[in-house]
Design a protein around this ligand. Structure first.
Ligand code: AHR
Length: 791
């Protein structure tokens, strides 16, 4: 969704008071529902709200390369505006004359200040004839005219609304200078910007600086400061060029060079995400096609990375680039999801696109190179060699590739088909993602196995009312809910927003046979920069906290059951207006029944439960609950005001009752023993609740008339059975027996042509036919050539 919706007012009054429910909520452990996808909860990273620069990425100097004012690629400057090229918008089929205001001079000094004490100095960002690196042609030029005894010219960086300095921590400084005339020393100083107090210095003695010269030092902060600054002081006259000024804490996450801020990264660790999406978001599309994220420009020494203006209104350094993203995924044990431009820019902006075969082939090659960078053998592929040269010869955990972001319409379908067809054949191990919504009619024109990526940014009413959204969703494509957040009329993200998201999550979990992955968006907000109304994690230069929605994500991820079990009231009352939800599952690892209840009213909610399908229900179990006032929010002053509290409850049993707090999300973990043999729900119930028969793994598969095929690194067995039995394996030792047949519905013409045919298919065969995909069926009576057959 490009647009979020106008706030809807949700009245929380006594009128929602709960009337006592007579019937208990019945849970039956013997009725299994969908296996809950192990990958259901992941994270979505985009450079928005200074999520990376000034957020997760640990660099402390803002505008370190003096490139902030550089126009978005593909745009031209005229009279205070940057103009996109004249081009047809791929969705609207018109020229939108796209332009944005552009204040060149103001942008140049972003993050910097030039001052003097008993000296005269001017500072200007200039284009340099012999730049430090061709990718970054600009530098700061200081012209220092007069310096009295004890005087100095000072170039100060104020960081991202203050450099966060911590007492006793070490900071690595790296910068470059060039001057034919400067003969003095250079002092680098950490300063408390509020008091002016010096917190650590180092002096670089006068030296020859005719060519670009790298200066490095480690400074230790002797005090803590939230509004720290970095000052470079010059004590003699001369003209000096300064470029790429970087200050990095040594204590990054896992001590990685050019890595992430440890406290911010830890917030992500604590979410236990199964995957991370990078780099977005709209910025993948770009405001113009040329402005898209070009992952190749995010590799190598950060000093050589040109960065790119980010359509959220500032320049991204891409210091946290493709390699760092993949490394971070590996460090957190998550799968990587890479999103790349599909040959078209954002249709809400310029929407220009490429269409010639040559351009589209270049788009495909760019995808290939990215996948190879992450996965290929360094001895055979130049991009993989770059990965190895950057210190990582082994493959990275890249598993998902999304083709575009939020692209829509027939032009996208053409692009997707062109790209996907080729890439899927070359990289069968990758799950590709299409940006169309899960009910988009255009999906019919896009053949193949891929996931779809619908997005929802809406108000609380929407999320409460859409707990059932996926119950009747088509089961043709797995769904990745790539972006969702409650943001209408909920402040910067209050408890009401979080509780409504919990109701929505319960619906995703219930339907996890089709909803396989999800990620809340956006992930981060620097407290000084809000480009989007509600964001999961807030930070400033020294602190970080999660909003109530953060804790809902964490609670859901930490309490994901292995599979769902029957509950009589997933919603209580009218599903469109109710505020009461219940979802139940079983955790095979711990032997616990997990009961999740959302009470989205301002009244307590007392319910009784009966538990069937187990001989024993242990009386004592854990209750994890998030509750408070609807309009409450976490803040830097009270960062965990809204956070889950865990307690023990001693009255669980086959019958028990519990009072859920007003405006709460509650998770109960109840030990159960002696599970009854499972019974399969059928028909309507099965479909509506995402019930499915489970797959299982075995080393002794019992099959009849098997035929084996291999695609990529997966072996497939097809065998005699209802609708053709199917099994998969990576090693031909352990086999996963799918409980779903190849064909759950047998085509009508088979029974028309072969009267008396049920759906028990014997002795299937696998034949590669003109390299075409799809299933070809020949139906005929066994052993009879004199009876009709059809193909
Ligand atoms: O998450 C913010 C933006 O919302 C994303 O960039 C985009 O994909 C969606 O429109």
């Amino acid at each position: 969704m490009k647009h979020f919706f106008a706030p809807a007012v949700l009245l929380l009054t006594g009128t929602l008071t709960v009337t006592a429910q007579t019937e208990p909520i019945r849970i039956d452990l013997a009725q299994k529902g969908a296996v809950v996808s192990p990958n259901l909860f992941g994270i979505f990273f985009e450079e928005i709200n200074h999520a990376g620069d000034g957020g997760l990425y640990a660099e402390l100097v803002q505008n370190r390369g003096f490139e902030e004012h550089v126009l978005p690629s593909g745009m031209t400057y005229k009279d205070g505006k940057a103009y996109a090229p004249d081009a047809m918008n791929y969705e609207h089929r018109n020229n939108r004359n796209w332009n944005i205001p552009w204040n060149l001079e103001e942008k140049k000094m972003t993050g910097w200040r030039v001052t003097d004490e008993k000296a005269t100095v001017t500072g200007e960002v200039v284009e340099v004839k012999v730049p430090l690196h061709t990718n970054t042609p600009h530098a700061m030029q200081l012209t220092i005219k007069k310096v009295q005894k004890g005087g100095k010219a000072v170039l100060t960086n104020t960081g991202y609304w203050g450099i966060g300095l911590k007492q006793g921590e070490k900071y690595d400084l790296r910068f470059y200078v060039k001057s034919a005339s400067y003969k003095g020393s250079i002092t680098a100083r950490l300063v408390d910007g509020t008091t002016g107090k010096s917190l650590g210095t180092t002096v670089f003695a006068a030296r020859q600086l005719k060519d670009w010269t790298e200066l490095t030092a480690t400074l230790t902060a002797n005090d803590t400061a939230a509004k720290g600054e970095l000052a470079l002081e010059f004590d003699k006259p001369g003209t000096v060029l300064i470029d790429y000024v970087s200050l990095f804490p040594q204590a990054t996450f896992k001590g990685r060079k050019n890595g992430q801020r440890a406290d911010v990264a830890q917030m992500l660790v604590d979410l236990h995400p199964k995957f991370m999406r990078w780099p977005g978001g709209c910025i993948v599309e770009g405001t113009t096609y040329e402005n898209r994220v070009k992952w190749k420009e995010t590799l190598g020494d950060p000093m050589t990375r040109r960065g790119e203006w980010d359509l959220w209104g500032y320049r991204a350094t891409w210091g946290m680039g493709y390699h760092e993203f993949l490394q971070f995924c590996e460090d957190l044990g998550m799968d990587a999801m890479f999103v790349n431009n599909a040959g078209m820019s954002c249709s809400v902006r310029n929407g220009d696109f490429v269409s010639s075969d040559a351009d589209m082939d270049a788009v495909i090659q760019d995808f290939r190179d990215a996948i190879d960078y992450a996965l290929a053998d360094p001895t055979r592929n130049k991009w993989a060699k770059m990965r190895a040269d950057a210190g990582h010869p082994k493959p990275f955990p890249l598993k998902y590739v999304e083709i575009g972001n939020e692209n829509v319409g027939p032009e996208y379908v053409t692009h997707f088909n062109y790209i996907f067809k080729r890439l899927k054949a070359e990289y069968p191990q990758i799950t590709f993602i299409n940006t169309l919504g899960h009910t988009d009619q255009l999906l019919a024109q896009v053949p193949g196995q891929y996931m779809v990526d619908p997005h929802w940014y809406r108000d609380p009413n929407f999320f409460f009312a859409n707990n059932h959204l996926f119950d009747d969703a088509p089961r043709t494509h797995d769904i990745y809910v790539g972006e969702y957040a409650c943001l209408g009329g909920v402040g910067a993200g209050n408890l009401l927003a979080a509780i409504s998201e919990a109701a929505f999550i319960l619906g995703m979990e219930r339907n996890s046979d089709v909803v396989k992955m999800s990620s809340y968006a956006p992930l981060f907000e620097n407290e000084n920069r809000r480009d989007w109304p509600c964001n999961l994690i807030h930070m400033n230069s020294l602190e970080v906290y999660g909003r109530a929605s953060y804790y809902v994500q964490q609670m859901a991820a930490n309490n994901r059951p292995s599979y769902n079990v029957y509950v009589s009231e997933p919603t209580t009352g009218d599903p469109k207006t109710t505020r009461h939800f219940c979802q139940t599952g079983y955790d095979e690892q711990t032997g616990e029944l997990i009961i999740k209840v959302v009470n989205g009213t301002d009244q307590p909610y007392r319910r009784s439960f009966t538990i069937d399908g187990a001989t024993n229900v242990m009386p004592t179990g854990r209750v994890i609950a998030l509750s408070g006032n609807a309009t409450d929010e976490n803040t830097f002053e009270q960062p965990t005001k809204l956070s889950p509290q865990t307690s023990l409850f001693g009255k669980f049993g086959k019958q028990f009752s519990y009072e859920f707090a007003p405006m709460s999300f509650t998770i109960m973990r109840v030990k159960v023993q002696g599970l009854a043999a499972s019974v399969q729900p059928t028909g309507q119930q099965e479909r509506r609740r995402g019930f499915q028969r489970e797959a299982f793994t075995t080393d002794t598969p019992m099959v009849h008339d098997p035929v084996m095929a291999k695609e990529g690194d997966t072996y497939y067995i097809y065998a005699t059975g209802m609708g053709i039995q199917q099994l998969t394996s990576r090693d031909r030792k352990t086999w996963t027996v799918s409980r779903q047949p190849v064909m759950s519905v047998i085509p009508g013409w088979t029974t028309d042509s072969v009267p008396g045919f049920g759906n028990h298919v014997w002795a299937p065969d696998v034949i590669q036919w003109h390299v075409a995909g799809g299933l070809h069926i020949v139906a005929r009576h066994l052993g009879r050539t004199d009876r009709p057959s059809a193909c």
